[in-house]
Design a protein around this ligand. Structure first.
Ligand code: 13P
Ligand code: SF4
Length: 332
């Protein structure tokens, strides 16, 4: 049973998502949403949610939403005692690296990432031996240990800008081979890549995109740069989740195909009612570990705090802050 003031809040929030969440489902979400709002006040907590979170989290309880770059930037600025990261573990680590004095909670410790798992700090040390003097640009989808071994971080929003900011003719760009290969098409800098991949985006194929083109001839196709090159060749626009969000918001296409994780289309559909979304659905099992129930549990029990060893955090912070300095002013 939701108390009257909380009911007014959840009714208002439902207006944002009524196109993407059936009323019968919202009845289940509403008490959890109300409880999370109460707990956020009690704990002086903010919730940072990635664009791949489900609509009840994204539109219902998050204070800050965005792509990896926005979450890193905004997470560093928030004034709160507690940050709950509705996303995956590397995002929570990045928040902790930038805000060591805050308690950063990840609601489910199993929320990992295939890219973060594809490389270790020791791998980078080996690469440095193989390519002496070549700077290492590391995607934020990596562990703190890996960031600590890197010269600078990047996200899919700013990868090209970061690579070019170094003023060299060759860089190592890791761990996502597809992001690295896409960056190579956008710059004259020679790119050495690692063979990591996102288990969600690597499943899309060029053949599949051509089928969308045939079946939805007027639709615009937007794709994330973690997709393989034959997919990106077929796309009308390639960009980070923030880039895709802005593209849809600003241009209001009649019909759009989003080649990325499932929840992106739902979250965007809720706020762009005039746009028809074709929804190929590759789900990220790690992002989907985070649920309203897990967030309630996190705030009630203060589980699970993310810790990064101070020496690792200090070195990783240099790489993340160098990235933030390059990206200042741009946003995907
Ligand atoms: P961005 O939101 O930075 O584009 O990253 C996508 C992603 O896969 C995050 O896990
Ligand atoms: Fe990692 Fe891909 Fe999931 Fe993002 S979508 S968290 S890159 S596995």
């Amino acid at each position: 049973m939701v108390p009257a003031t909380a009911e007014a809040l959840t009714d208002r929030l439902y207006e944002r998502v009524r196109d993407v969440i059936p009323e019968a489902e919202w009845v289940i979400h509403a008490p959890l949403v109300a409880r999370i709002h109460e707990l956020k006040k009690e704990r002086n907590a903010v919730i940072l949610a990635h664009n791949y979170q489900t609509p009840e989290i994204f539109h219902g309880v998050a204070d800050i939403v965005g792509d990896s770059l926005a979450l890193a930037r905004e997470g560093a600025r928030v004034e709160a005692d507690v940050i709950v990261l509705a996303g995956v573990h590397f995002m929570a680590e990045t928040a902790k690296i930038l805000s060591p004095e805050k308690t950063v909670l990840i609601p489910d410790l199993r929320a990992g990432c295939s890219l973060a798992d594809s490389i270790t700090g020791a791998d980078i040390r080996e690469l440095r031996k193989r390519y002496p003097g070549v700077p290492v640009v590391t995607y934020v989808n990596t562990s703190a240990d890996v960031k600590a071994e890197s010269d600078i971080c990047c996200t899919s929003s700013n990868a090209v800008e970061v690579v070019e900011s170094l003023g060299v003719d060759r860089v190592i760009c890791l761990p996502d081979q597809y992001l690295a290969k896409w960056v190579a098409t956008q710059t004259d800098v020679d790119i050495i890549w690692w063979d990591g991949a996102c288990e969600v985006h690597e499943r899309f194929t060029g053949e599949e995109i051509r089928r969308y083109r045939e079946n939805f001839p007027g639709a615009v196709i937007l794709a994330h740069p973690e997709c393989p090159p034959d997919v990106l060749e077929e796309a009308d626009y390639v960009g980070s989740t923030a880039g895709m969000t802005n593209w849809v918001r600003e241009r209001q296409p009649k019909q759009v195909v989003m080649i990325t994780e499932c929840s992106m289309s739902d979250n965007l559909a809720a706020e762009n009612p005039e746009v028809d979304f074709v929804r190929p659905c590759n789900l990220c099992p790690h992002m989907k570990r985070i649920t309203l129930e897990r967030i309630v549990h996190a705030l009630e029990t203060m589980q699970y705090p993310v810790e990064v060893a101070p020496d690792v955090a200090a070195r990783a912070r240099v790489a993340v802050e160098r990235m933030l300095a390059v990206g200042r002013g741009s946003g995907g």
